[in-house]
Each structure stands twice: as C-alpha cells, then as structure tokens.
Ligand binder design. Structure first.
Ligand code: HEM
Length: 656
C-alpha cells in the first residue's frame, strides 16, 4: 500500500518486532510495485533494530516506532492490521508467510533532524544509490535560508494535532454541558410549562420573536398561566426559573425575609456598561443585614409626619407643571405626557431627596436632567443581549457611561456640601440625603461609593415609576370619559377653586385614589420582583426545587380572570371601600420587608399632580397611538401618551 502523499526522503526507522511474530522477526515486509525494499532488519530472531525505508514504502505493521520518538517525528501510517486487508496482502508477499498480532500497529516515522545515531548500515547493495555531496545549507536567519520542508511539515503536523485536541476538548465540553442541561431539565420537568422550542435555548426563541415585534413578554406569560396554571417554568440554557402566580406563593416568598433577591437579576444592574450604577443601594442590596441597617435609618425620611411636610414642594412643582401645560393647552399642540411627567417627578425627587433645584421642567437639555434621561435610556438598552458589542449602539453606550459618571460626580459634590453643613451645624433638614449620611455614620468603615449608590438609586427609583403611573392614568382616563367625568367631579367638589392642596384634601379624594390603584393594576410601572430560594417548597401542589429563581408578577396576576373579574376592563370600583380586597394578587409596590419605601411618597405626589391636572384641563388623546406597553426595566407607555389639552372652564373663584 502506498501512502496518499509520496515522500521524497528516505526514512530512518527503528523497528521492533512484535513478540507474537514467529520465525523471521526482525525483517520488514516490503511493499510491491515501484517502492523497493529498503529496510533491512537483522534476521534470526532479533527483535529490534534500525533500518532505512524509502519514501512511499509501507511496511507490515510489526514495524514499530521507538516509544520516545523525537519531537517532530511524523507518523505516516497508523493502523491496525485487521482493519486494512491490503496490508495483509502485502505481508504475505514476502518469502514466508507472516504471522502477526492483529493489534500490532504500523508506524513509520520520519526523523527530521537530530536523532540518536542509527547502528551502522549493512553493506550497500550494488544497486543502491550513492547520495551526491550536498552543498552547504544556509543557516537560519541568513540569506537564502528557508525553513526545511520537513520542519515545516512537522510544525504543520503539530498544529493540526493541537487543533484536533482542541476540537476534541470542545466536543467533550459540549457533550458534558448537554448532559448537565438534561440533568437540569429532569429536575424541573414536573413543573407545568409550554413545550421548549429548543433543547438548549429553551423558551428563549419565543421571547426573542416577541421582542422583535415589540410585544410584551408578560402577555405571553399571562397566556401560559391560563393554559398551564399558576406555577410555570421558564427554560433558558441550563437555567430554569419558576413563575409563581398564586397568592399562596406570593405570601410565602415576599412576606418572609428568608428569600433574598435573585443574584443574577439584581447583579445585572450593579454596573451599567462597566460603570457602577445601582451598586449596593437599597433596591439591589442582597445582604439582609446590610440592607436592614440601611432601610432602618432611611425609614424616618418616609414617615407620615415628614411626608406631610413635603406637601409644599409637591404643590410648588406640580404648579410649575401646570404652567408649562397651560402654554400647550390650545387644543391643537401635541405633546408627550410621559415627557412632561418625567420632568416634574425628576424636579420633585431632586428637591425633596437632595435639596437640588434641577428645573428639568424648564429645560431638560441642561446637563443633569439630560444625564438622568440618558441613564434611563441606557437602562432600557442594556437589556438587549450583547448590546455592548453592537457597533450601532456605541454612541449611546458612551453617553450613558458619561451620564452615569456625571450623576455620581454631582452626587459626590452634593454629599460633601451636606456633610460640611451638618458638621458646622448649619443644616438640619430631615431629607433622604441626611438619612443616607446618618446611615453611613453608623458604619464602621466609611463607604462613599455606597452613599453614591443610594443617590443614584433614589433618582432612578423615585422619578420614573411615578411618571409612568401618572401617564398611564391620564391614558386610561382619556379612554374612559365617564370615569374622567366622575373623578373630575370629585376634584371639583373637594378642591373647588383652591390652588394649594393640603394633606387633608388628599384623604378626601377617594375616587381619585381608586383610579390610581386601578391604573397600577393594569399598568404597574414595576411589573414584579424576583427571589432566590435555597430550600425546596411546595406551592399549589407543585414542588419547587431548592436553589431556584422564583418570579412574581403583579402585572400578570392583575390581569388573571382567576383573581379579577373581567380583568381587562378599567374599573376603579374594584378598589372601593366595600369591594373584596385582592390579597396577595395585587402588589404594585411589592410586599413584605422589601416593599417600596417610597409608596406613600409616590401616591401623595401622584395625587397632587393628577388633582391639579383634572382641575384645570380637558385631555384628548392623539389618535393612531398603539397604547402598547414597553418593558424598559419599568413598564412605560410605548408611544409616550401623546395628548392635546384644552383649558377647563375653571370653577368660580379660581385664582391663577
Ligand atoms: C408609582 C411609583 C412607584 C412604584 C410603582 C414603585 C414600586 C416599587 C417596587 C415594586 C419595589 C420593589 C422592587 C423589587 O422588589 O425589586 C420598589 C422598591 C423601592 N422603591 Fe419604589 N416605587 C415607586 C415609587 C418610588 C419612589 C417615589 C421612591 C423614592 C422616593 C421609591 C423608592 C424605592 C426604593 C428605595 C426601593 C427599594 C426598597 C427596599 O428594598 O428596601 N419608589 N418600588
């Protein structure tokens, strides 16, 4: 048998007879045809020796390569006898009939350079060629030097070997990973859920398709809940999350401090594009002890007495918004209600929490409000898989990073000024910043980064959510004129021509409270929360294995027939005094120890803004909007609630 590639060199081989070879051990069997017998072993039972083999000759396989073949030696043929009949034929072509061991391997090695000296060759046969004297070879690095083809071939062989090894390792790793995925599936497959679209990707392709169509993934889970029940699994690679849509599960997991927030979900917002974002602030902190200490010092800034003191700021900023809206209220100008609401809530949180006058309402292109807008945009975009590597997104990423740095820099200045003021006894405001600083003073080691985490956290958590709630409420009211009429009547009755709303007035605006609650049922700005369970649980008769991510959604439960009659109808009567309470099926501010610290703050602010808006304007929605929801970390109206306004004929006695 000839090798596929002829070799021009003579090959020096060391052979060793297999012990099972009888008789002529030590001889080599030549191949027929043009290749000549070039190897001479030592007859008479010697079991090893050196010989020379001309290229293209293939020997029978008891020819053996030394166990420590030098680096660069090249294997030309590796085979087992039984597998290659031509070999057998060749072997029989010799003078004697060969017996060989069927597992003997034939290897012919080419030794490129240095090699232990072979034993002296037997007398050359007359026909043997006398090699011509070779010219001196150029040395490596000198002119005309070329890597010897054998060395190149050896290197190539090595590279091919390494590649093959790598491929084998990759295949092995992939195989092991698939086994692991199968093992994970087996652990969770008893939990109801939609069929996986792919073994590895699980349900991800369905999600990607929905995202492409700008559809809300929560609506898919809502459909699944109707089909598969209140406990559903979601597969993505080797991770399986379990969505729990039952009051029993909500009570068990959210009311207890023993289930921390999920590391993977909350860890993702520690940084934004490599710059520290929410870090270990109050929303993302997973360490119960650390979180508890932070929360305890901040609670006084959200006490009822303190919040009553904020009514003045709520009124002042809401009034500024009304002035801006009056400029637009000609019944023709179209504008995004979401944009206006975002500006006012940003001004409120900056003033109330940190004593800063941002004036975002007047001009949101000034650096700080613009930075907050860019950060919120970054938050939306960072949810897109591999966005960091997309060339088209690099400008946005750069801007988001710079905005975040600016926010933290301004935060640092603000903190330093306040520290100085406190130390010199000039400042005694009980705002959120003072509380954050008090919390820091209790720590053994000062951690300015953690203070900044909370600075960013309150800006983010304290303005977008309320702005989204306000815009959704305007949208829902404008779609339901009869409800709008009723709530306006209540506002007229409670406020009349009054300009400044006080805390007692808020208590009297009962129907407005119901409207705001119903808006949060259908359009919760924070759709849910995620926990991690280290122990096994049984919810609704379904076993949830230990070490699982569990997801809770007020958006989905708020739209389930099982908990709310005619769930897609906007009906504030569900929250009237006598209506049954939706225990553990409605939690727009979450529940239990990790529930929203700003809940009362947000609802007071929302009521002041809404009451003034309803008192002064007739709202009309610009036709042709989709009214879809966008999940950007928070849920917000996709089209921004485009509106036109007209001034209402104000009640008698109103003084602008
Ligand atoms: C309509 C407005 C708001 C809604 C719907 C809302 C909703 C929520 C929800 C659902 C959570 C729990 C998040 C989670 O489990 O991951 C939360 C936490 C939080 N919210 Fe709000 N929020 C609103 C307004 C505010 C405001 C105005 C502030 C600040 C002034 C605020 C500050 C916070 C903070 C600091 C946390 C973390 C609490 C903790 O873990 O101790 N929120 N909010």
């Amino acid at each position: 048998m000839r090798m596929g590639t002829p070799f021009s060199d003579r090959l020096l081989v060391r052979w060793r007879a297999c012990l099972s070879v009888r008789g002529t051990a030590g001889s080599l069997c030549p191949a027929p045809g043009p290749a000549r017998t070039a190897v001479r072993g030592t007859p008479g039972g010697r079991r090893q020796g050196w010989g020379e083999l001309e290229a293209g000759t293939v020997c029978c396989s008891f020819l053996f390569i030394p166990p420590r073949a030098p680096t660069g030696s090249q294997t030309l043929a590796v085979t087992s006898f039984g597998a290659l009949p031509p070999f057998q034929h060749l072997c029989r072509a010799g003078r004697k009939r060969w017996h060989y061991h069927s597992h003997t391997t034939a290897l012919i090695t080419r030794f490129p350079h240095a090699h232990p000296r072979p034993p002296p060759r037997a007398r050359p046969r007359p026909s043997a060629r006398v090699p011509a004297a070779r010219p001196a070879r150029p040395q490596p690095g000198t002119q005309g030097w070329e890597a010897p083809p054998r060395a190149m071939a050896a290197l190539g062989g090595l590279a091919a070997g390494a590649l093959l090894l790598l491929l084998l390792l990759l295949l092995l790793a992939a195989g092991l990973y698939c086994c692991y995925v199968r093992h994970v599936h087996a652990k969770y497959d008893h939990i109801p859920g939609a069929p996986r679209e792919s073994f590895l990707l699980g349900h991800l392709p369905i999600v990607w398709r929905m995202l492409e169509k700008q559809e809300l993934i929560h609506d898919l889970f809502l459909q699944w809940s109707e089909k598969y029940g209140p406990v559903i699994r979601f597969n993505a690679f080797h991770r399986v999350s379990v969505m729990i849509l039952s009051p029993e599960g909500v009570k068990e997991f959210l009311m207890s401090p023993q289930y921390p927030k999920d590391r993977l979900v909350y860890g993702r917002i520690f940084n934004m594009f490599g710059v520290r974002f929410l870090g270990n602030g109050l929303v993302t902190d997973r360490n119960y002890e650390h979180w508890h200490k932070q929360r305890k010092v901040m609670d006084p800034a959200f006490s009822r007495t303190y919040l009553i003191g904020l009514m003045e700021t709520f009124n002042e900023k809401a009034e500024e918004l009304m002035e801006k809206l009056e400029e637009k209220a000609d019944g023709k100008k179209e504008f995004s209600m979401l944009t206006m609401m975002s500006r006012v809530t940003l001004d409120v949180i900056a003033k109330v929490a940190f004593g800063m006058e941002l004036n975002a309402l007047s001009d949101d292109r000034t650096p700080f409000p613009h930075a907050v807008t860019m950060i919120m945009k970054g938050m939306t975009e960072m949810r897109i898989p591999f966005v960091k590597y997309m060339p088209g997104k690099q400008k946005m990423i750069k801007e988001a990073r710079e905005s975040l740095r600016l926010l933290r820099r301004v935060g640092k200045e603000c903190i330093d000024q306040r520290r100085e003021a406190i130390q010199s006894g000039k400042e005694d405001t009980l705002d959120i910043l003072t509380q954050i600083l008090k919390g820091d003073a209790l720590e053994e080691t000062r951690d300015d980064e953690n203070i900044l985490d909370n600075f960013v956290t309150f800006f983010v958590a304290g303005h977008e959510t309320t702005a989204n709630q306000l815009s959704f409420t305007v949208m829902a009211l404008a779609q339901h004129p009869e409800i709008m009429e009723r709530v306006q009547a209540e506002v007229d009755e409670v406020l009349g021509a009054k300009r400044d709303i006080n805390y007692e007035d808020l208590g009297k605006l009962k129907y407005l409270s119901q409207v705001l609650k119903e808006s949060l049922r259908l359009y919760p700005p924070v759709p849910g929360t995620v926990r991690w369970t280290e122990k096994e649980n049984v919810i609704e008769g379904v076993r949830i294995p230990a070490n699982t991510t569990v997801i809770f959604s007020t958006y989905i439960m708020g739209r389930m027939e099982r908990y709310f009659e005619d769930p897609l109808t906007f009906n504030p009567e569900r929250f009237s005094k006598d209506a049954p309470k939706p225990y553990y099926s409605y939690f727009p501010f979450s529940l239990g120890p990790r529930s929203c610290i700003g809940q009362v703050f947000a609802q007071m602010e929302a009521k002041v803004v809404m009451a003034k808006l309803l008192q002064r304007f007739e709202v009309q929605l610009v036709p042709g909007q989709s009214f879809k929801l966008l999940d950007s970390g928070t849920l917000r109206p996709l089209d921004g609630v485009m509106c036109k306004l007209k001034p209402r004929s104000l009640p008698k006695g109103f003084q602008a």
